[in-house]
Design a binder for this molecule. Structure first.
Ligand code: CA
Length: 437
């Protein structure tokens, strides 16, 4: 994926807040989402984040600032759901990115036309950026797979298929929610240690999974596999994803068919999708340990090895009700990085379609819990607490083994590299409410 003028780190925007050091949304980013003014009954429509503002693409489309492919792309990106825009494919996404980049740069003649289309991010609410037909959750962190495996099989933590197959399962799209949501602690069936029989009640081991959400763009015809070398042309972009997990329900139900009710009650997504174009400066070589098998040919390629990974820093932070009452922000619990994943985005797409399975615009992949190589880089409480044995320490003396009612989890992600602008993903937050009585 080539860099072009839109990645130039020297670019500045006439939107002042987009030039602030540390902003997630400089003019080099331009992530897509859908929004409306908070508390209004306006229609949701497409927007692009710039600094602390949202560029209202529906208002912009009415002003017809662009010609040709960028104008057609803008019409689709302005809709209430981004599926049609995602279906257009990379040439359309690149055309709109270039047109928006030029129009938002300092000195642009189009500033007057765009300035009236800005809405402060502080005044908006978001919906899911697309209608998600299908949601698939992968398991691409070998460190997560090993940490979890060790708790169940200390002598043989990693199953023999892991280094050959990008493991995944089909999740549920109806319970996908947008950042800022609150949901009730799930109720379910568990088998407490030493109990004579299972019981039903509120989950006692509620956990998070810090993941990335990979949004599919143009799909494929059923029966037609996507070659790994073309796979990224089918990927629109990436956001943050929290795959809330009920570990006690999971432990009792997961054999032999895998997760079911332990996972499908809530999955929270960040509102902004950072495009693969914006992520181009942060490519990294695929990490593989010495002696690991080469991927099978349908999962292998020069691009996969040289630049298949993405250097995305990730953070899991937690705010308890006591912290919130004291005005304390969420405290960092762990930090990790997507570059440690064992399988790349392209490999996930190639594997998902090798049997002829058809992907559709707006389909969503979870990356799997993105734990890094050391335990302090673990991306779920089950790892950080070693299965619930060592609580996490929080500022002010509080501890957490599992999530408690009222806890808010905040996920963040960002990319930084010398010679490139820093870009970010915004936040993905969710709050646990008590179980329904
Ligand atoms: Ca997961």
């Amino acid at each position: 994926m080539r860099l072009d003028e839109t990645h130039d780190p020297a670019l500045r925007s006439w939107v002042d807040s987009a030039n602030a050091p540390g902003t997630d949304f400089p003019v080099q980013n331009l992530p897509h989402g859908v929004f409306r003014r908070r508390g209004s009954n306006e229609a949701f429509r497409g927007g692009v984040a710039i600094g602390d503002q949202v560029l209202d693409l529906a208002a912009l489309a009415r002003a017809t600032p662009f010609d040709g492919p960028a104008a057609r792309a803008l019409q689709a990106a302005a809709l209430e759901h981004l599926n049609d825009y995602m279906a257009l494919g990379r040439p359309a996404w690149k055309a709109l990115r270039l047109a928006l980049s030029r129009a938002l740069r300092a000195g642009s003649a189009q500033q007057p036309a765009l300035a009236g289309c800005l809405v402060p991010q502080a005044d908006v609410e978001h919906a899911l950026p697309a209608r998600v037909g299908d949601y698939t959750d992968f398991y691409t962190s070998i460190h997560h797979a090993t940490n979890i495996g060790r708790q169940f099989r200390p002598d043989n933590p990693l199953l023999p298929n892991y280094k050959w197959v990008p493991i995944g399962y089909h999740g549920r799209s109806s319970s996908l929610g947008i950042s800022g949501e609150a949901f009730h602690r799930p109720v379910g069936q568990t088998m407490p240690p030493g109990a004579a029989q299972p019981q039903v009640g509120p989950c006692k081991r509620l956990d998070i999974e810090l993941e990335l959400g990979i949004w599919i763009g143009a799909g494929n015809a059923r029966g037609q596999a996507i070659p790994v070398g073309e796979a990224e042309d089918h990927v629109f972009g990436i956001g943050l994803l929290n795959d809330w997990s009920a570990r006690d329900i999971q432990g009792w139900e997961y054999q032999p068919l895998g997760p079911f009710l332990a996972k499908n009650f809530a999955t929270t997504l960040s509102p902004w999708i950072v495009t693969l174009e914006a992520l181009a400066p942060y490519r990294a070589p695929l990490e593989r340990a010495e002696g690991d098998p080469a991927p099978l040919p349908y999962l292998d390629g020069e691009a996969v090895r040289q630049e298949g990974a993405l250097d995305i820093a990730l953070e899991f932070a937690l705010q308890t009700p006591r912290m919130r009452a004291a005005g304390q922000p969420a405290a960092t619990v762990s930090t990790t990085n997507y570059r440690h994943a064992y399988w790349t985005v392209a490999q996930m797409v190639a594997h998902h379609t090798v049997n002829g399975c058809n992907l559709q615009p707006g389909d969503l992949f979870g990356s799997g819990t993105l734990s890094g190589p050391t335990l302090d880089q673990a991306a779920a409480l089950i790892e950080l607490t070693v299965g619930g044995k060592t609580p996490v320490q929080l500022p002010g003396g509080e501890t957490r083994t599992w999530l408690e009612d009222g806890d808010t989890v905040v996920l963040r992600g960002w990319c930084e590299r010398a010679g490139a602008a820093r870009i970010g993903f915004g936040t993905c937050t969710g709050t646990v409410l008590p179980a329904r009585g």
